[in-house]
Write a protein that binds this ligand. Structure first.
Ligand code: DP6
Length: 334
């Protein structure tokens, strides 16, 4: 049945990152990536077909609960994706769309992956279409926010490198019930990022370290797959830290260079190493920004959170965990 539909889709956190593209417009990545789908950090998207309407209407629900027209840069990306979805799903309808993020924009966390995953699935639902996992993943990816390809699937997810549109979709490695991992996010800078991931992907190959990472990746990917299968954080942790450091090494040595880290980033990395010296298994990773995601098991989450919260320069902690992936919802935004 077609009509108003709402989908909640989570953000995801990569253990092996997508960094560098074969085709940036279509978000075909140079390398495979592996991620954990989150739970607390998510986007809600409500979509209603408006047959006969001349244009789409793009709304954003703010932290105060009010709906207002989305800012132009955000609306433009949503409109472009709606065009793509209409073409792919064979519809000429215009839509009313509203989006809400569970994490405040001021937390400095990227919301494109969860936002485009939720939008893609909600449009399909609103048109009465039941997308398979592959189609949903490829369509979410085509938004240009490539990591959205991983957010349509729960648990632990792999997204292979892409050669062509048709074979570029993510697939599940293990369900969220397989391994309860936690992600304690230390927010050290809540401002919007100065350089987008898009520019990072574009410049990545100008770094002299780019090819070195490509060569290390097959071993890293195998180690991460094996560690997830064996629920072995002692094996996963060093590899996920290594890959995050490589991403930033490549960013900092791109031409021109990109510095995502802030002093608070280094302070958190040092505390995490200190916690390990005291016997805790906790491991850091950063996306294209200064905030640090610390991965640990449930028994150690409270201690990790308390240590990070106490740090000068950490403005806020978000406690997240692996989750089941997108869900349909009856709580519509309008
Ligand atoms: C560093 O092109 O998917 O997070 O559109 O900003 O969400 P956004 O980024 P995208 O690149 C993601 C880059 C990354 C690593 C990763 O998630 O794999």
């Amino acid at each position: 049945m077609s009509g108003k539909a709402t989908v909640v889709a989570p953000a995801n956190l990569a253990f092996v990152k997508y960094w560098g593209a074969v085709d940036l417009e279509r978000a075909l990545p140079r390398n495979p990536s592996i991620s954990m789908t989150l739970s607390e950090c998510h986007s809600r998207s409500t979509v209603e077909p408006c047959p006969g309407a001349a244009t789409d209407e793009i709304l954003l629900r703010g932290e105060d609960g009010t709906l207002s027209p989305a800012p132009p840069a955000f609306a433009e990306r949503v409109l472009a994706h709606l065009e793509r979805l209409r073409r792919s799903l064979g519809s000429s309808d215009r839509f009313r769309v509203a989006t809400e993020n569970s994490f405040p924009a001021a937390a400095g966390m990227a919301s494109s992956a969860s936002g485009f995953a939720a939008l893609t699935l909600a449009v399909a639902r609103a048109l009465g279409r039941d997308l398979g996992e592959r189609e949903a993943s490829a369509l979410a990816r085509s938004s240009g926010s490539g990591s959205a390809a991983r957010s349509v699937i729960g648990g632990y997810v792999e997204w292979p490198a892409g050669e062509s549109e048709d074979d570029c979709y993510a697939f599940p490695l293990a369900s969220h019930e397989h391994w309860d991992l936690r992600n304690v996010v230390a927010i050290v800078d809540a401002g919007p990022k100065r350089v987008s991931s898009r520019d990072g992907h574009r410049l990545a190959e100008t770094s002299p370290y780019f090819e070195g990472r490509q060569q290390a990746l097959p071993r890293r990917l195998r180690a991460v797959r094996d560690a997830i299968a064996a629920r072995d954080l002692g094996a996963l942790g060093p590899v996920l830290e290594e890959d995050a450091i490589d991403l930033h090494l490549i960013a900092m040595s791109s031409r021109p260079p990109i510095f995502y880290w802030k002093p608070g980033t280094l302070a958190v990395l040092e505390v995490v190493r200190g916690l390990r010296d005291h016997g805790l298994s906790c491991w850091s990773t950063m996306d294209a920004g200064p905030n640090v995601h610390v991965i640990c098991e449930p028994g150690e989450e409270a201690r990790v959170a308390a240590s990070l919260e106490a740090l000068d320069g950490v403005t806020r902690i978000i406690r997240d965990r692996v989750g089941p992936g997108p869900q349909d919802s009856d709580r519509h935004l309008f």
